[in-house]
Design a protein around this ligand. Structure first.
Ligand SMILES: Cc1cc2nc3c(=O)[nH]c(=O)nc-3n(C[C@H](O)[C@H](O)[C@H](O)COP(=O)(O)OP(=O)(O)OC[C@H]3O[C@@H](n4cnc5c(N)ncnc54)[C@H](O)[C@@H]3O)c2cc1C
Length: 396
């Protein structure tokens, strides 16, 4: 399929790629797939990605077109209204206006949510959108990639980049096992842990969103049968229908930024933003407050949920730039030897079916300059500002 903003795509090229089976943002349960961005470029690319989720193998194996309800507590003419107006105009001009429904009051919202979700006063339902079980599709991809004769997997934790004697060219990676792997081009796609390998201070921060997983009983299935994915932007409630007998709910963008003091392979001992060691979280009062918010949200979604045990409460980590724009670019300090796929923030998963092709198009210099510029390696930003204002473009 031809993708927007890429010249002369040749999708038959074999790409060197590495996928490690780990428990991270990409191995979680539900991820919302939507294309109703305000920003025209993200909108176009998200539509291309959604086309893949809905129609192409292997993506369509896990995609569920459940619809998505987006709400807020007031009809305040803010970004959600703009998103709705854009979506409605676009669908009307394509003769598909029935794919979006305005929800004028809480009763409309409850009805659109199959009787659940007693929250929000205005919003809309888009029938185009849906969700995927992220862990499911990653495992499917991994299985498919393992079949390929052109891809060789070396599994292990990367300790550092390896450079030539000038220090200006990355020539490979060093694994914690001591093994060195040599490469013409190293691609870092290590999510919020990237900052532990390359110095990304002032570019990105690692932010954790509180999540809770509720254990459902087999008889609960019917209650959630007609449930769409759901986002209340003001209450910060984000959820997808249950999968694997688990109901997952997150505090959308109510994240906290972690900074750790580490012995960094590039810059020595320094404070850098990466996820904390396993088990460490925010201060206890913040954690208690997040748990309370999640329990309150569960009660509003369905009193039944509030009565079921929370089997896991924790934080899911993403890496955010100030603007919320991704980094799909060479690292400028290493003469074209290090490529970064980083800063995917809280909205990157939906682009999975197409993002690799945009990365390849960058390498082959086939990418439209507008996208190249949008996803370039960003300028330095003061850490406090980055900590406070990161991911501003999440609305786009
Ligand atoms: C709570 C939450 C909700 C979200 N909801 C949505 C949504 O609804 N829709 C959407 O589109 N997006 C959503 N996102 C965003 C999306 O999940 C992320 O943008 C995406 O998964 C990031 O993928 P990634 O591969 O860059 O990073 P990750 O998924 O974090 O993967 C990084 C990988 O690198 C590995 N790694 C790290 N360091 C090393 C090392 N030193 N050596 C070897 N391997 C290493 C890790 O083990 C991991 O496998 C959400 C994110 C969160 C946290």
């Amino acid at each position: 399929m031809e993708l927007p903003f890429i010249q002369d795509p040749n999708t038959s090229r074999q790409l060197p790629e590495q996928v490690l089976p780990c428990s991270t943002a990409s191995y979680d349960t539900g991820r919302i797939i939507r294309d109703d961005y305000i920003h025209p470029t993200y909108r176009t690319i998200a539509t291309a990605a959604m086309h893949q989720w809905q129609n192409a193998e292997p993506w369509c194996r896990t995609y569920r077109r459940s619809g998505l309800v987006l709400v807020e507590d007031s009809d305040n003419n803010g970004p959600l209204k703009e998103t709705y107006n854009l979506t409605r105009r676009e669908l009307e001009s394509n003769g598909a206006s029935s794919l979006v429904e305005e929800l004028y009051c809480r009763d409309d919202i409850k009805k659109a949510c199959g009787g659940l979700c007693d929250t929000g006063n205005w919003g809309y339902l888009t029938h185009k959108a849906g969700w995927v079980d992220a862990g499911d599709i990653m495992n499917t991809l991994l299985k498919d990639l393992k079949q390929s004769e052109n891809i060789h997997f070396e599994c292990g934790r990367v300790k550092s980049l390896v450079k030539d004697e000038t220090g200006d060219v990355v020539v490979g990676i060093l694994l914690e096992s001591g093994q060195r792997l040599v490469a013409d081009l190293v691609v870092l796609a290590t999510g919020p842990w990237t900052s532990a390998l390359a110095d990304t201070r002032g570019k990105t921060v690692s932010a954790g969103e509180a999540v809770a997983y509720v254990q459902l009983q087999p008889e609960d299935g019917e209650i959630f049968r007609k449930m769409p994915a759901f986002l209340n932007f003001e209450q910060k409630i984000c959820l997808t229908p249950p999968s694997r007998q688990l109901f997952r709910i997150a505090l959308h963008r109510d994240d906290w930024v972690n900074t750790s003091n580490i012995d960094h392979p590039e810059v020595g001992r320094t404070d850098i933003s990466i996820p904390p060691e396993r088990g460490l979280g925010p201060n206890p009062s913040q954690r208690v407050s997040h748990e309370r918010q999640l329990r309150g949200a569960l009660q509003r979604i369905s009193p039944l949920l509030a009565s079921r045990p929370i089997v896991h409460f924790g934080y899911c980590w993403y890496d955010d730039t100030l603007t919320g724009d991704f980094i799909v670019s060479y690292h400028p300090d290493y003469q074209g030897s290090l490529f970064m796929l980083h800063g995917l923030g809280g909205h990157g998963f939906k682009f999975l079916p197409v993002l690799g092709q945009y990365a390849v198009a960058t390498v082959l210099e086939e990418l439209d300059p507008r996208v190249k510029n949008m996803w370039k390696y960003p300028e330095d930003v003061d850490h406090d500002r980055l900590r406070r204002d990161h991911g501003q473009g999440g609305w786009r």
